[in-house]
Design a binder for this molecule. Structure first.
Ligand code: SF4
Ligand code: SF4
Length: 262
């Protein structure tokens, strides 16, 4: 299988072909090492990585972001927006396994990407007038025995069970940014596209740049927020990415949800 990123149209067609489940409905599913198909789904994937996924994996692997992006990802610039689309490269060996799968399971389990956590649910989002609008879809593949027996959960129970809430919150910020740029009708110019690449996918380089360029001196911000953004930790990375979304909106549109100029 050729692991090319799906186009936006292909992704939409795929999502629309899946059975939808309401937010209050339950589905029955569990996955653990005793299922006969254990690990079978961790191969031949077009696995999208969001900015939040990337810093979590970099932290887990203790890898600089540039090394991570070069070693593990395939990245292309979307001509419609100027933002990167990033997917995890499967190993180039028979069966094309995920680079992080092992006989005992996922080697990056605590920091596995959003798509792995969400499966077998798909979450479609769009920006509405009052915030994010969500739809949920069940991906029921023949090889997957997780539906044979399991626990009944609503989509939000499942996302909570899988530790997805901070992932979804950050991914929604990214979706908002992409949607706003699409709505503007023109892609980011080269300078903004490069800044987005750095700020969103290279937190370890963006953080020193914030300090070197004294970016905070131009912004109205709480001291606690500044301190957390500068902290070299998982929480600091999450705060830095949240700042990056605001910073990019401020640069592109002159305003942002939780950031303003002095
Ligand atoms: S990251 Fe982990 S859960 Fe996701 S495909 Fe790879 S091995 Fe499987
Ligand atoms: S139950 Fe489904 S998700 Fe779990 S290992 Fe099997 S194929 Fe993968």
């Amino acid at each position: 299988m050729e692991n090319q990123p799906l186009s936006a149209e292909d992704t939409l067609d795929f999502i629309n072909s899946l059975p939808e489940i309401a937010a209050t409905e339950t589905f029955c599913f569990d996955c653990n090492p005793s299922v006969p198909c254990f690990n079978q789904c961790c191969a031949e994937l077009t696995l999208p990585l969001t900015p939040y996924d990337v810093f979590r994996l970099c932290r887990h692997l203790a890898m600089p972001s540039t090394d991570f992006m070069t070693t593990y990802t395939q990245a292309n610039t979307d001509p419609e927006t100027g933002f990167l689309t990033v997917t995890l490269k499967m190993n180039k060996e028979p069966g094309e396994p995920c680079p992080f799968v092992s006989p005992a399971g996922c080697l990056v389990y605590e920091n596995r990407p959003s798509a792995c956590r969400s499966y077998p649910l798909g979450r479609g989002t769009k920006l509405g007038e009052k915030g994010i609008i969500e739809r949920f879809f069940v991906i029921h593949e023949e090889h997957c025995h997780g539906f044979d027996e399991g626990t009944h959960r609503t989509p939000s129970d499942w996302f909570s069970n899988q530790g997805l809430l901070p992932y979804n919150a950050a991914n929604d910020r990214y979706m908002r940014l992409i949607t706003l740029v699409k709505a503007s009708g023109k892609p980011l110019d080269t300078r903004l596209s490069g800044m987005a690449r750095l700020a969103l996918y290279h937190i370890d380089q963006f953080r020193p740049m914030i300090q070197k360029m004294r970016i905070f001196t131009h912004l109205a911000m709480e001291e606690d927020r500044k301190a957390l953004i500068c902290q070299d930790s998982l929480e600091g990375d999450a705060a830095c990415l949240d700042f990056a979304f605001d910073w990019m909106e401020l640069l592109i549109f002159g305003q942002a949800p939780t950031l303003s100029r002095k």
